[in-house]
Design a protein around this ligand. Structure first.
Ligand SMILES: Nc1ncnc2c1ncn2[C@@H]1O[C@H](COP(=O)(O)OP(=O)(O)OP(=O)(O)O)[C@@H](O)[C@H]1O
Ligand SMILES: [Mg+2]
Length: 253
């Protein structure tokens, strides 16, 4: 083969972002998340606090990656930056081939809405809405009609084991049940990226297992990418990689 007859598959090793993937990774797996030299400095009471330094990360589509580390090591900060909720002080983030750190607020929120399901550490449910309405709202803001929103919300609540709690308000639910409503809501509209901050922390072992199984199926059968902060050693069995954060820096596993 001459230089002008380059096998077209070779060019596919270049991701749409133009970033060359490292050797040794699966050649046909596009990268869902790429962080380049990300740093985060918080300003608090006139003081600066370096929460993250020199974060470099590549996450292939269809993988489950865990983010672990001590309290205060920067896990929520990093997850929020990778989800476009926080803007880093330095560095860049590409999601699904799109550079997000320079998008306008409007385009960024549209991007998040259509591509990312985020499960927050504190659930963030609307107290005045029932479990079903909390999930339905997530469909409605994505422009999905009421009928489909209801049908798919009921299906998701059933998948997380809450078919009998659809009419309950958050204050009538246990911590683990609230967490499962938050998970159902994050999965509304079938986002490509699922980012979760301790999604199984408040769950008993049975419902924790159901949630892990759900996330595993999404990654392995539907090619969704899952990045989650966890202390849950059960999840380590299904993870493709465990990332360790210490003092705002990623440590080699
Ligand atoms: N808005 C903020 N302003 C100033 N400092 C902050 C802010 N948010 C977080 N920090 C600091 O940044 C560091 C990282 O916080 P972060 O919430 O990312 O930690 P974490 O690893 O998620 O911890 P945990 O396991 O307790 O949830 C902590 O020292 C925290 O005090
Ligand atoms: Mg946290």
């Amino acid at each position: 083969m001459t230089a002008s007859q380059v096998d077209p598959r070779v060019s596919q090793t270049l991701h749409p972002t133009g970033l060359r993937r490292p050797s040794g990774t699966e050649p046909h797996r596009p990268l869902a998340i790429v962080a380049r030299n990300v740093g985060m400095v918080y300003q608090a009471g006139g003081e600066e606090f370096q929460a993250l330094s020199h974060i470099n990360l590549e996450v292939p589509e269809g993988s489950i990656q865990l983010l672990m580390g001590p309290s205060g090591s920067g896990k929520t900060t990093l997850l929020s930056i990778l989800a476009g909720i926080l803007t880093p002080s330095s560095g860049s983030v590409h999601l699904l081939g799109q550079e997000i750190t320079h998008l306008s607020r409007h385009r960024l929120s549209q991007f998040r809405l259509h591509n990312i399901g985020f499960i927050f550490q504190g659930f963030n449910l609307f107290p005045a809405l029932t479990a079903l309405e909390n999930v339905e709202l997530a469909f409605q803001v994505k422009g999905i009609n009421r009928r489909d929103a209801r049908e798919q919300s009921l299906m998701l609540l059933d998948q997380v084991g809450l078919a009998d709690k659809t009419r309950s308000f958050p204050k009538q639910l246990s911590g683990g049940q609230k967490q499962r409503v938050a998970i159902a809501r994050a999965l509304a509209g079938d986002p490509s990226l699922i980012m979760a901050d301790e999604p199984t922390a408040a769950l008993d072992s049975q419902s924790g297992h159901a949630v892990i199984e759900l996330l595993r199926n999404l990654a392995k059968e539907r090619d969704r990418t899952v990045l989650m902060v966890t202390h849950d050693s059960r999840i380590m069995d299904v993870a493709d990689r465990v990332l360790h954060l210490e003092d705002g820096m990623l440590k080699a596993a």
